[in-house]
Design a protein around this ligand. Structure first.
Ligand code: GUN
Ligand code: FE
Length: 416
């Protein structure tokens, strides 16, 4: 048994932030044994790591990011979605036909995720199966767990980033079979978005998701031009979501990134199906997509998680994306002029930690849950008075200093 000690800060629910100062988390390879306010006497033989005055937070879940876009992070933010995909993104992803490129880029990405305190992901690879398996190998080696999808695209990808329908289906099956070798990484069905997938492919992916009992991830109502295009491709639909719903890609294990322009009907359909919205505020600003109505979604009882959406998003760190979600929510409030309360720090933090943990079937900082945690120090930051743990937590979200993360635990193991 191992025990770590520090100031715990974590969310129980959207509105309930728990602070336990100088508390002890006991855990072993099966998960958290208990959380205590004093050293538990029945664990006298346990191995104690005392982190002193440090903050111990749950580590982050990044519920939407594109691994093959990591090399273009911070480049080409001057175009809206469809032009951005064709000009920068698809040519970048095409390089991942080369397994050496995949190994080189993904080994760096996996380690960076851990250094930044992200231990669980729902991630898009490219359409290349071999590169996707390499991505999973590197994530597993670094200690990142979660879902990875081989991307499906059998139309509108240009010359170097497109499969035939048959290839796309066969490679998806090969991907699912090969990914069985991973302990902590699982496959997720990943039609890129409706314009990238023919109806025949969508139908096959719906069937595969059902046959193999797999979750699904894609993009929805991110950009006005994209929505108009989907309407042209599916003239029988009134809303974008129907292009997924028709093919069995719309259920309580579906993650839909963005939903910036989802209308009342689409939001109700999201709620009724139990689809989770992945809000990607940095990306929505960079690609001038707009500001999602996150408060409205939460008020409706819709499940919302956060994603970095690199490289539409420009920050891999979920600390930055939590702060971005708060700023985006303030901008949305100003647009609506209805005094909708913006997200506060603990609400946005919940969307990146405790909320998405449930997508993996996990609770946060509870007996029986796997330990996913970040240890943060802030002793080097100047103060003029003693800060509360709550204030230090707030500052940590907004103000990440180099090397502030002293340790990271993923799936009950120290990985940094
Ligand atoms: N829609 C389809 N593909 C993409 C992508 O790679 N990034 C974003 N932000 N939206 C998409
Ligand atoms: Fe995306």
């Amino acid at each position: 048994m191992d025990v770590i000690k520090g100031n715990l800060v974590f969310s129980k629910s959207l509105n309930e932030l728990v602070i336990r100062e100088n508390a002890y988390i006991a855990f072993d390879d099966k998960g958290i044994e208990g959380i205590y306010d004093s050293f538990p006497s029945h664990l006298k033989d346990a191995n104690l790591t005392d982190y002193g005055n440090a903050l111990i937070l749950p580590s982050f879940c990044d519920m939407h990011l594109h691994a093959p876009q990591y090399p273009m992070l911070g480049i080409g933010m001057d175009l809206p979605l469809i032009d951005w995909l064709n000009t920068y993104t698809f040519p970048t992803e095409a390089h991942f036909a080369d397994k050496e490129v995949a190994r080189r880029v993904y080994s760096v990405l996996a380690k960076e995720l851990i250094k930044k305190g992200t231990t669980r992901v729902a991630m898009f690879s490219s359409l290349h199966t071999d590169a996707t398996i390499i991505l999973m190998e590197e994530l597993e080696k670094a200690g990142v767990v979660g879902y990875v999808g081989k991307v499906n695209m059998d139309r509108n990808g240009g010359v170097n980033l497109q499969e035939t329908t048959e290839e796309s289906i066969n490679e998806t099956i090969r991907f699912i079979k090969e990914s069985k070798k991973f302990k902590h990484l699982k496959p997720i069905i990943t039609p890129r978005f409706t314009p990238s997938c023919t109806n025949e492919l969508m139908e096959a992916l719906g069937r595969i998701a059902r046959d193999y009992n797999l979750p699904i991830q894609s993009h929805l109502s991110e950009n006005v031009g994209e929505i108009a295009w989907v309407k042209e491709l599916h003239p029988d639909t009134t809303n974008y979501y129907e292009s997924y719903e028709k093919y069995g890609l719309w259920n309580s294990r579906t993650l839909m990134a963005h939903c910036v322009h989802s209308n009342e009907k689409e939001l109700s359909a999201i709620k009724d199906a139990g689809v989770a919205v992945v809000h990607c505020p940095s990306s929505n600003e960079n690609l001038t997509s707009g500001y999602a109505r996150v408060r409205k979604m939460l008020d409706m009882g819709i499940t919302v998680y956060l994603g970095s959406d690199i490289a539409g998003g420009d920050h891999l760190s979920m600390f930055d994306n939590v702060a971005a979600a708060i700023r985006a929510s303030k901008a949305r409030m100003k647009m609506d002029e209805d005094n909708t309360p913006f997200l506060n720090v603990e609400e946005a933090f919940y969307l990146a930690t405790t909320a998405p943990a449930s997508f993996f079937g996990d609770k946060t900082f509870e007996k029986g849950a796997p330990l996913h945690a970040i240890v943060l120090t802030d002793d080097n930051l100047p103060t003029v008075r003693k800060l509360s743990v709550k204030e230090r937590f707030e500052r940590a979200i907004y103000r990440q200093e180099e090397n502030a993360i002293k340790a990271v635990y993923s799936e009950n193991k120290r990985v940094l």
